[in-house]
Design a protein around this ligand. Structure first.
Ligand code: FPP
Length: 243
């Protein structure tokens, strides 16, 4: 039997879920769960980029996450502002371009500062792309795109007759290729407002593992599962139908 080469998805998106439950099961605080999730992401993202993934999007903080306790929100904010400094420098050395998706308001100044700094420092990198979704909501992203489109139409920059899917994509927070594989850890089967536009034809994978324990082996399993899927994009893949 000929062993076929595994296809590596171009754009992988991950909902980093289960940090809290992982911590609770070990008698730790929720913040400690996020700390372990953050450390895991640092190791895992290296592996994912080495595998050849060109775009990695992660759901680091949703617009709704501000409703969590003050302690948890402020711990997560310090992970973005302090914890991310060393991590981003290491990624930049690997030629990774780091970009952010989400609304700026009401992120604290120290987080906005690091977002702007890292964006600037890595903007010329041309390796893979790390898209970090912070204070992100998929419905807000579409609303914000429509607002920008209306503004540009009014200013005469954009002709309304030319608005199509390509234009919409361009007006999203980032003009990225569509997601190929969307992973949500922890066994939840929901999209929770994550990359609604970009996930239109993504393959979904829902492992039971909590994010802090989602390691390289688990990612390989996701790739194996992805390779079993028959992607048709609404059409019919006759080649696979007859095989
Ligand atoms: C969801 O688990 C996780 C989050 C809300 C935060 C995830 C963020 C990180 C791991 C840090 C990423 C940082 C950077 C800079 C990329 P949960 O708390 O909802 O888990 P639960 O459902 O078990 O309670």
């Amino acid at each position: 039997m000929i062993k076929q080469k595994m296809e590596i998805p171009n754009h992988v998106a991950i909902i980093l879920d289960g940090n809290g439950r992982w911590a609770e099961e070990r008698g730790l605080t929720r913040s400690e769960g996020h700390f372990h999730g953050f450390n895991n992401l640092e190791k895992l993202s290296d592996y994912i980029f080495k595998k050849g993934v060109k775009i990695l999007s992660v759901y680091a903080f949703s617009t709704e996450n501000f409703k969590r306790s003050k302690t948890e929100v402020s711990y997560l904010m310090s992970l973005f502002s302090e914890g991310f400094k060393r991590y981003s420098k290491r990624l930049s050395k690997q030629n990774i371009k780091i970009i952010f998706s989400g609304r700026r308001e009401p992120l604290p100044k120290k987080v906005l500062k690091i977002i702007d700094q890292v964006t600037e420092e890595t903007k010329k990198n041309h390796g893979s792309i790390f898209n970090i979704c912070v204070n992100y909501g998929g419905q807000y992203e579409i609303v914000d795109a429509v607002q920008k489109i209306i503004k540009d139409v009014k200013a005469g920059i954009l002709d309304e007759k030319n608005i199509d899917c390509h234009t919409m994509n361009h007006y999203m927070y980032q003009d990225l290729a569509p997601v190929d594989l969307m992973i949500r850890t922890s066994g939840e089967h929901r999209l929770s407002n994550f990359l609604l536009w970009q996930n239109a034809y993504a393959e979904f994978y829902f492992p039971k593992t909590y994010f802090p324990a989602f390691d390289e082996k688990e990612f390989d399993q996701a790739i194996i599962e992805y390779n079993k899927r028959n992607r048709r994009f609404g059409g019919i893949n006759y080649e696979n139908e007859n095989s």
